[in-house]
Design a binder for this molecule. Structure first.
Ligand SMILES: *Cc1c(COP(=O)(O)O)cnc(C)c1O
Length: 418
């Protein structure tokens, strides 16, 4: 049996309120990258994140990537600087380090939350200081798949060296640690409202900033760094990164269903937990202690080395076409897989089997220190991220996934195991 409808990882889901805000904006001729809906969206985010009384503010931007870029600009990162970055992440976390001419220094993950390893972080910083005589300018941490990183331990290391923390919470909107919202632990916090995230503005993001002065500064950089003259006068390089008012309308509509989305993703995770309970060789990742409250943006599993997937002999990793016309199709024999950094043959065999049943799954993020584009960058590696990448898969978790879909997904997985 295959599914008629393809079960995708995470699709956008509209509340029905988006159009009301858009019509309101159109009536007021607010089809510009600023306006009352941008302001209202920022206030709604601040309220949701519990920023009142903290001094922190939110600036809505055109993408999470833009928010990371401006966080680096605000930290004064420039050519020749080094920035520590969690290696296991999406490339958007560290591409902006290159935009400002700096070098990312990658640090591996710990096995509990899959995020940056605080002990290795400490070692990396002290070694960079002794090698270069300079401190890394910032630390980029990530809450992968919505699981909060070990923020207390990371903060202690960052404070010991007095290095600012940029918290990439693009996947962790609505996650908490110790009752505090992800994105509010760092000096800067990054949110994404891309189409596949917890909520969408079709494309957009936000930067959580420490205070009002920084908020003004970030808006200045996001709007071409225009100085206060009647004509256009510039003393610094600026960017065009402000969120469109129309996108903010979608965001305001999405805020009306955010709590529903969060409940849904957490419920999906709970159901996967129940359905996989009988198979100890499939490990569903979960909150390690009661302090952690992940949003479970995507539910993820690790395949034990003790299982094998039917048809694994035929599985090999084959790049799919990219947006600009395809990549050279490198095919590998199953036997080569472990000498490179690829998903294991079992993971790939399972992915292919599920895909034929109309179920989308995806390997975990491939560590940045194994990406050709960052091959020259220093890396502090324990092997954890590579192992996770080799053994892990993301499962459909979005608003359209029903309990029956989940039964079909899990039964299909269990049927695939030898
Ligand atoms: C999606 C994502 C981003 C980038 O956000 P955009 O809004 O797509 O630019 C950054 N970091 C991580 C970890 C992400 O998943």
């Amino acid at each position: 049996m295959t599914n008629n409808r393809r079960l995708l990882l995470c699709m956008p889901h509209m509340s029905g309120n988006e159009m009301k805000f858009i019509e309101e904006a159109m009536r007021g001729n607010w089809a510009v990258p600023m306006g009352p809906h941008v302001d209202a969206f920022e206030r709604a985010l601040e309220e949701f994140l519990g920023l009142e009384g903290t001094g922190k503010r939110v600036v809505a931007l055109s993408a999470g990537t833009a928010a990371l870029h401006l966080a680096l600009v605000a930290c004064g990162v420039g050519p020749g600087d080094e920035v520590i970055c969690q290696s296991m992440t999406f490339a958007a976390s560290c591409n902006p380090v290159r935009y400002v001419g700096a070098t990312p220094v990658f640090v591996d993950s710990e096995a509990v939350t899959w995020n940056i390893d605080p002990t290795l972080l400490d070692r990396a910083i002290s070694e960079r200081i002794s090698l270069t005589n300079r401190k890394p300018k910032a630390i980029i941490i990530v809450h992968l798949y919505g699981m909060p990183a070990q923020v207390e331990e990371i903060r202690a290391v960052a404070d010991k060296y007095a290095i600012p923390v940029i918290e990439d919470a693009a996947e962790a909107f609505g996650s908490n640690y110790g009752g505090q919202a992800a994105g509010t632990f760092g000096d800067f916090g990054v949110l994404s409202f891309n189409g596949n995230k917890m909520i969408t503005t079709s494309g957009g993001g936000a930067l959580i900033v420490p205070d009002e002065a920084t908020r003004r500064r970030v808006i200045y950089y996001a709007t071409q760094a225009r100085d206060g003259y009647p004509y256009y006068h510039h003393t610094e390089v600026g960017y065009n990164y402000r969120l469109s008012n129309i996108s903010a309308c979608i965001g305001l509509g999405q805020m009306t269903v955010l709590n529903q989305h969060l409940e849904h993703h957490r419920r999906v995770h709970e159901i996967y937990g129940e359905l996989f309970a009988s198979e100890p060789r499939i490990m569903l990742s979960g909150n390690p202690t009661e302090k952690y409250d992940a949003n479970f943006w995507l539910s993820t599993i690790l395949l034990s080395r003790e299982l094998s997937i039917k048809g694994r002999e035929d599985a090999y990793v084959q790049p799919t076409e990219n947006a600009v016309g395809g990549v050279a199709a490198v095919t590998r024999q199953a036997s080569d897989v472990h000498s490179t950094c690829e998903p294991s043959v079992d993971v790939e065999a399972l992915r292919l089997r599920l895909s034929r049943l109309n179920i989308e799954t995806r390997p975990l993020w491939k560590p940045m220190h194994r990406q050709p584009v960052f091959a020259e960058c220093p890396a502090y590696v324990s092997g954890t991220a590579e192992t996770l990448f080799e053994r892990g898969l993301c499962l459909p978790s979005g608003p359209d996934i029903t309990p029956d879909d989940q039964k079909f997904i899990v039964n299909s997985i269990l049927d695939s195991i030898n």
